[in-house]
Design a protein around this ligand. Structure first.
Ligand code: SIN
Ligand code: FE
Length: 302
């Protein structure tokens, strides 16, 4: 193969010496960070602590999941909190911590990429108390397997999924990740395993209330790429192609999880904020999974 035709693989991560959730970045650093983010690097903030006072620590320690879902989830748009076993009188205080994190994550993202503002939607906030290592999960929900994010009930119709995390574990436990190859390579490896959507299935799923909005061709492909990767034991075992990333407590990170194959192998007590971004807001929309898949399949997907 002609070496000049191969895109240089992105560095798996770029560390940024930022110590505030809200301060604007110097313009040169901003440009470098956004470039790395859109090329599929994880932006790591090794000095970014999410400070919690003693009462907030006690709240998070008691906020464990009620077992109905993996995480405690909060919707900053409606204030609805779900999945916690916390007694009702303590829930508003937990919601307040999660809202403060949602606001911090948004400020950080806009410090990195202010141009995203008009194209951005802030979605759910999650608190992830449970130790990942050793947790039994059906394969499709098992995030210790490398995957790109795609949600069966929430079609994005090409909008990006960008997530901001912070490790708040009080006992020093790092969150251990692995990240995989560039999106185009990942997509080329699994695209042939994506079946044709059944005619009318998107309309039926929507009509039955199983999807929030209608699944596009894009969503169909992304879901099948997610599944095909997770169920491929040879791919999962090929650790030589993976980069290990450890995030100790007091570290934040952000990444396009629809683009970067990732797996979380161990760790507990993380906060996470999800954003959706219209690819039109990117400096390089051609790097979005939507545009890459449209190029690879030769057809419009939304
Ligand atoms: C995932 O998105 O696959 C899980 C990430 C994490 O909880 O660290
Ligand atoms: Fe994921």
């Amino acid at each position: 193969m002609d070496a000049h035709a191969v895109a240089r693989p992105p560095s798996p991560m770029l560390a940024l010496p930022v110590a505030s959730w809200t301060d604007p970045l110097a313009p040169a650093l901003q440009a470098e960070a956004q470039e790395a983010l859109e090329s599929g690097s994880v932006l790591v903030f090794p000095r970014l602590t999410f400070a919690l006072d003693a009462a907030e620590w006690r709240l998070l320690a008691a906020a464990e999941s009620d077992g109905s879902r993996k995480n405690v989830s909060y919707d900053p748009a409606t204030g609805v909190l779900k999945g916690t076993a916390l007694p009702p009188d303590r829930r508003p205080a937990l919601a307040a911590v999660m809202r403060r994190f949602a606001d911090s994550a948004q400020a950080l993202l806009l410090a990195v990429a202010p141009g995203y503002a008009p194209h951005l939607e802030r979605a759910r906030t999650s608190f992830r108390p449970t130790e990942i290592a050793g947790r039994a999960m059906p394969w499709r929900k098992d995030d210790t397997r490398l995957h790109v994010d795609a949600f069966p009930s929430r079609p994005t119709r090409g909008r990006r999924i960008l997530r901001v995390f912070v490790n708040v574990d009080p006992d020093g436990t790092p969150r251990r990740w692995a990240v995989g190859e560039p999106f185009e390579e990942f997509a080329r490896a699994f695209l042939s395993r994506v079946p044709r959507p059944l005619p009318g299935s998107a309309a039926v799923l929507h009509w039955l209330g199983l999807t929030k909005g209608r699944r596009s061709r894009y969503d169909h492909i992304m879901l099948h790429l997610h599944d095909a990767a997770k169920r491929d034991a040879a791919y999962q075992g090929d650790t030589a192609r993976q980069h290990r990333l450890d995030f100790p407590p007091g570290t934040a990170w952000m990444v396009f999880t629809d683009q970067v194959p990732h797996a979380a192998h161990a760790g507990r007590n993380a906060l996470e904020q999800t954003f959706h971004l219209d690819p039109a807001g990117m400096a390089h929309p051609e790097r979005s999974p939507l545009r890459v898949l449209e190029r690879l399949t030769g057809r419009a997907l939304t």
